[in-house]
Design a protein around this ligand. Structure first.
Ligand code: ZN
Length: 363
């Protein structure tokens, strides 16, 4: 086995850890719902028992009835004020979490253009800093800034703005409001988590291992490594057809300058958009785990989207599948990656934000 192949295998193995982050983020909205449900059920007081009521027949007992009624009434009033208090408490908490002042939300709704401009001016200045400095966690790793995701964020906002511009902040404020977040226009942690949750929700949900009849063996010429073994060139059938349609569209885009053959295939010399990795069987992952025991936790590979044959790692520049920020910074700025962000969805492919090379066919 060549050193190059060994490297590729090691890298493939390392992918699963971060890909697994999907499950965590997908669960977030559910978690919030569960917390709300628990709070709501905490407010349900048991009905007041009236043990002595059936023994009372006299006027004295009637007075007791009135006394009981008053007790129940007091309990109902107490219950109502408790409920109001707790819901107030919740909204206070959510504002504290977002770190956004409600005054910005109010000014966004004013027709006063000058006020709007000044508020988004502050937001855009904040975004220019947070873009490189926001600290957050993903896949158990501390992350810094969101500049690597500018293209994806703009795609979500349906814009093509500089992330430090007022137009970007205004578009972000609109997105925030559609998701119930304060429309500050500032891309802070809460908003970033919301955007990431949306991306993750759009990914493959069913990760059942592909059956042999669902797979085909793609020609070696489709692969980044033309010597890749046939058993590692399997792709789910519809995914492969969609990939070929995507490639045809990319080759027809002159600005990408993809080298191709007269019969419309990517040229042997062309590396961009070639497949680095497609279907990976659980057995193959297991084999990698045994070969490279220090490459990471093998358990993380048990639900890889690559098991479905619908996940494709495509070459988008730089080191093919290296998650270092410096490498991803190269990848997310290539014309091919930018084109994928804008166009892959038309062919049924959704991105995995953290790995610019990883695309999943979700149709
Ligand atoms: Zn992948």
């Amino acid at each position: 086995m060549s050193i190059k192949k060994l490297e590729t295998k090691t890298r493939e193995h390392g992918l699963s850890l971060i890909e697994k982050g999907y499950a965590f983020f997908g669960a977030l909205p559910n978690l919030r719902r569960t917390v709300t449900a628990i709070c709501a059920s905490d407010n349900l007081f048991p009905t007041k028992p009236q043990p002595s009521a059936r023994n009372l027949a006299t006027m004295k007992n009637f007075r007791l009835h009135i006394a009981l009624f008053l007790v129940v009434l007091a309990a109902v009033i107490g219950f109502a004020s408790f409920e109001t208090g707790s819901s107030r408490g919740q909204s206070k908490d959510s504002k504290a979490e977002s770190g956004v002042k409600p005054t910005i939300l109010i000014s966004d709704r004013q027709p006063d253009r000058a006020a709007e401009n000044s508020s988004f001016s502050a937001a855009s200045e904040r975004n220019a800093v947070l873009m490189n400095e926001l600290t957050w966690t993903f896949g158990g790793k501390q992350q810094r800034g969101w500049y690597l995701y500018n293209a994806l964020i703009n795609q979500t906002l349906n814009r093509t703005e500089d992330a430090g511009s007022k137009g970007f902040a205004a578009a972000l404020a609109g997105w925030q409001q559609t998701t119930g977040l304060p429309g500050s226009g500032i891309l802070e942690e809460n908003t970033l988590m919301g955007i990431i949750s949306e991306w993750q929700r759009n990914r493959l949900k069913d990760r059942t291992v592909a059956q042999p009849d669902q797979l085909l063996t793609a020609p070696a010429s489709d692969f980044y490594d033309p010597e890749r073994a046939p058993e590692l060139r399997q792709v789910q059938r519809e995914t492969y057809a969609a990939y070929k349609r995507l490639i045809a569209a990319a080759m027809a885009e002159p600005s990408l300058g993809l080298a191709h053959t007269p019969d419309g295939e990517l040229a042997p010399t062309e590396k961009y958009l070639k497949i680095v990795s497609a279907f990976r069987s659980p057995e193959y992952q297991e084999q990698l785990r045994r070969q490279y025991p220090n490459a990471g936790s093998a358990g993380l590979a048990t639900h890889s989207p690559h098991f479905t044959g619908r996940a494709l790692d495509l070459y988008v520049g730089g080191d093919p599948v290296d998650t270092k920020d410096s490498n991803r910074a190269i990848q997310v700025n290539t014309p091919v990656y930018q084109w994928l962000v804008h166009n892959a969805e038309h062919f049924g492919f959704r991105p995995y934000f953290y790995e610019p090379w990883h695309w999943e066919y979700v149709k």
